[in-house]
Design a protein around this ligand. Structure first.
Ligand SMILES: Nc1nc2c(c(=O)[nH]1)N[C@H]1C(S)=C(S)[C@@H](COP(=O)(O)O)O[C@H]1N2
Ligand SMILES: [Mo]
Length: 263
């Protein structure tokens, strides 16, 4: 029995080092691992530890943002940034209560989608009471309901080369000499598939009002407010956003904000 355990331990050591391709007959090649003072073993353990810590860092990004109770909702979601898009396209969609609006899912996907609001509302929904933190220094607790972005991504079948989700918006946030600038933003696929990352169509139990991004806005609860684009018209799967806008991955990122707005 002890002999079996020893052999098994040696095998696990080899396997965990990713050396399973080596001939393991007798495992003699790894005998030096039994020697605790062996420098090679110490080095390998250090590498393992590094892998572990890297994993924990990633797992940390997967952890949930705090969720609150109804009693914590003390005011309507404070509108910020663009709160009434002046764009003709937007105003026409709004006038028809978004019956002609579609969410276009494009880019590095096997199956591009064009979804109505009703189709999105027919998908499984998630409701969460979370705190919105704006980089300007205010916070607001609200209840958000929407479809998990992961479900939309699965329906579109993301290609393996995709790395980011880019959110394209309907609102013009700035008019410059070179033309109008539409709001846009991006997150990586880890945040896109986070369980609390939803495409929200309701806030505090009511349809999303114009000021908070009707008909659809992103909620990315582990990041700051500017990472949650409102007035969505499309999401695009890309492997780089270098060619978009000024190349930094978002309207505010192009103006100096961090791409990763973690909180
Ligand atoms: N399309 C669009 N999305 C946007 C903005 C904007 O101006 N346009 N402002 C951002 C910022 S800085 C914040 S704090 C939040 C504000 O969301 P709220 O109006 O629902 O509070 O939206 C973010 N998403
Ligand atoms: Mo913000």
């Amino acid at each position: 029995m002890p002999k079996f355990q020893l052999a098994r331990r040696r095998f696990l050591t080899a396997a965990s080092l990713g050396l399973s391709g080596l001939a393991l007959s007798g495992c003699d090649a790894f005998d030096f691992l039994q020697d605790r003072d062996n420098g090679v073993r110490n080095f390998l353990e250090g590498t393992n530890d590094l892998t572990y810590r890297a994993q924990r860092l990633l797992a940390g990004r997967d952890s949930l943002a705090q969720e609150y109770s109804e009693a914590d909702i003390r005011q309507p979601q404070r509108p910020n940034g663009v709160t009434a898009p002046d764009d003709e396209t937007y105003k026409a969609l709004l006038a028809n209560d978004f019956a002609d609006w579609r969410l276009e899912v494009t880019g590095l996907v096997e199956r591009p989608l064009s979804l109505t609001r009703q189709q999105l509302m027919n998908m499984p929904a998630r409701t969460q009471i979370t705190r919105h933190d704006c980089v300007e220094g205010w916070s607001c607790i609200a209840k958000w309901t929407g479809v998990p972005l992961a479900l939309v991504l699965d329906a579109a079948v993301v290609k393996p080369t995709a790395r980011y989700v880019v959110f394209h918006c309907l609102d013009t946030i700035e008019n410059s000499l070179s033309g109008e600038v539409k709001y846009y933003g991006s997150i990586d696929l880890i945040d896109a598939r986070h369980p609390q990352t939803i495409l929200a169509y309701a806030v505090n139990g009511k349809p999303l009002p114009v000021e908070n991004g009707a008909p659809l806005r992103a909620r990315v609860e582990r990041q700051l407010g500017y990472k949650m684009p409102k007035y969505l018209k499309g999401i695009e799967l890309v492997d780089s956003f270098a060619a978009m806008g000024l190349g930094k991955g978002g309207y505010w990122e192009d103006r100096g904000y961090d791409w990763y707005g973690g909180i």
